[in-house]
Design a protein around this ligand. Structure first.
Ligand SMILES: [Zn+2]
Ligand SMILES: [Zn+2]
Length: 181
């Protein structure tokens, strides 16, 4: 998203303009629609872009491995430094922060990269398709969100608890026999 800020660079410090954002941005290999509002504020040395945006990215659930659309809230706050003086055109020194965002010689800022970086950071480390995702059956790999698969439940079903006690008891016998033999 490109915005010409030449007028705002001439405005007084603290002046703010709001812009609607409604754009497709490439995030994590797919295009995501990003929407919201960003305010651009003139500071003594830069234009500060600040706002809250919303988007959704396609990610893989860490529990059931299915692809799903994960909603993200992006809190953007980035400073853009002019590389040229808006009146004289003379080049301006940039701060020594590596990777700082700039306003190009045509006084245009491009929010796309800041939005993309913010979205990447907002993706959860272990995404879940839903809070109570049932995951995959450890025996056959069936997605348990789509119903049970017919394998014996591993735990939690009280009807099976007697059986699991039996199994544990027989395991103990086997171990004892191994121990003595
Ligand atoms: Zn899931
Ligand atoms: Zn199964």
């Amino acid at each position: 998203m490109r915005i010409n800020v030449s007028q705002q660079l001439k405005a007084s410090i603290g002046s703010t303009r709001k812009y609607e954002v409604s754009e497709f941005v490439n995030v994590a290999g797919g295009k995501s629609m990003v929407q919201g509002e960003v305010g651009l504020m003139r500071t003594d040395r830069s234009i500060l872009a600040k706002g809250t945006l919303h988007t959704e990215v396609e990610v893989i659930c860490s529990r059931c491995l299915s692809l799903f659309s994960c909603p993200l809230t992006l809190n953007i706050e980035e400073e853009y430094f002019p590389i040229a003086d808006v009146v004289s055109g003379a080049s301006l020194p940039l701060p020594e922060e590596p990777g700082c965002f700039t306003i190009d010689e045509h006084h245009v800022i491009d929010l796309t990269e800041a939005i993309r970086q913010c979205a990447l950071l907002a993706i959860p480390m272990k995404p879940l398709c839903r809070g109570d995702c049932a995951g995959l059956c450890p025996s056959c790999g069936h997605n348990l969100n789509q119903g049970s698969c017919g394998c014996s439940p591993q735990e939690t079903d009280p009807r099976w608890s007697a059986l699991s006690k039996l199994t544990l008891a027989s395991d103990a016998v086997v171990n004892e026999q191994k121990g003595t033999g």
